[in-house]
Design a protein around this ligand. Structure first.
Ligand SMILES: C[S@@+](CC[C@H](N)C(=O)[O-])C[C@H]1O[C@@H](n2cnc3c(N)ncnc32)[C@H](O)[C@@H]1O
Length: 286
């Protein structure tokens, strides 16, 4: 992360959500009506133009499909946890995530948006310009996961460790050190009650080390000088259950390429692809 720059990956993902959300109701995989407003209009239209020409699929086949399915899958898990009586939601590396604003069921709860200060300043400005003010149910917590304590920052921001909590960690683990991933998971198991939950996506290390070649990973690598964000962390295919059980979780679910495609891509979308090498894990604190 660059110190004074909004995360470029957060902007890119919001653009993908915006493009998907423009599709008719029966066709889109996910829906975020605010994504378009969170990003610069020129940049949005530029990416949208090349996407319509098929450029995204040439550069990273199935990546748009994975990102849309990831948003949807995590939304479905969030709905499930709301029904199961979650009392707090912590969005780790929130970027331009709009769940706190698009799920009205979250209004009576407390939502903590935790992010790098560089990303958070402009997010808050955007939220104020879209809604006229910052919503009272959202608490903005700034942090550098690689060097600061999540425990300290969340506890001093009013996080209540006695409340059943859902932790959403979308599009972040791949940019962290293994120690930062471990300490975040340890925070979750040590500071939230039994029945709390986590959902996060991760990459297979074979993409990171180049064993499996992906255009978008190579592009991230060559753009590192500009974004300051590099993919470094992965969990091998099939290993996440063991990984999370060893860290105090149970009921581990792993949604990879096939699951996501079979679950969300039907009818007009049946021919769309979901990239191999990315997966979404969810688990419950035991
Ligand atoms: C790919 S974006 C994902 C944003 C959002 N979760 C989403 O899916 O739209 C990565 C996010 O992780 C945050 N991030 C990356 N490295 C971080 C760090 N070391 N400390 C805090 N936040 C970090 C960035 O600020 C950014 O918001």
């Amino acid at each position: 992360m660059r110190k004074h720059q909004t995360s470029m990956t957060a902007i890119g993902i919001a653009i993908v959500r915006g493009i998907e959300s423009e599709k008719p109701e029966g066709e889109r995989i996910c829906y975020d009506p605010y994504a378009r407003q969170f990003v610069n209009g020129f940049l949005y239209n530029f990416v949208r133009f090349f996407d319509k020409l098929g450029y995204s699929e040439i550069k990273g086949p199935g990546v748009m499909g994975f990102l849309a399915a990831r948003e949807r899958h995590i939304d479905e898990f969030l709905k499930l946890q709301i029904r199961a009586g979650v009392k707090q939601v912590v969005i780790l590396g929130a970027g331009l995530d709009a769940r706190a604003y698009r799920f009205e069921e979250l209004d009576p709860l407390r939502v903590f948006e935790v992010d790098h200060p560089a990303s958070q300043v402009s997010k808050k400005e955007k939220v104020e310009s879209i809604f006229g003010k910052l919503p009272t149910h959202v608490v903005y917590v700034s942090i550098d996961f690689n060097s600061e304590s999540l425990e300290k920052r969340l506890l001093e921001s009013g996080y209540d460790k006695s409340r059943k909590t859902l932790f959403i960690w979308q599009g972040v683990t791949q940019y962290l050190t293994p120690a930062a991933v471990d300490s975040t998971l340890a925070f979750i198991t040590q500071h939230s009650p039994v029945g709390s939950s986590v959902i996060f996506d991760y990459m297979y290390p074979t993409l990171l080390d180049g064993t499996v070649k992906h255009g978008e990973v190579a592009k991230m690598r060559s753009n590192r000088w500009m974004s300051g964000e590099m993919m470094t962390f992965g969990i091998p295919e099939g290993a996440v259950k063991d990984f999370l059980e060893k860290r105090g979780f149970t009921n581990v679910q792993d949604a990879g390429q096939k699951f996501l495609h079979d679950t969300y891509f039907h009818g007009l979308n049946a021919k769309r692809t979901v990239a191999y090498g990315y997966a979404i894990a969810s688990a419950i604190v035991k």
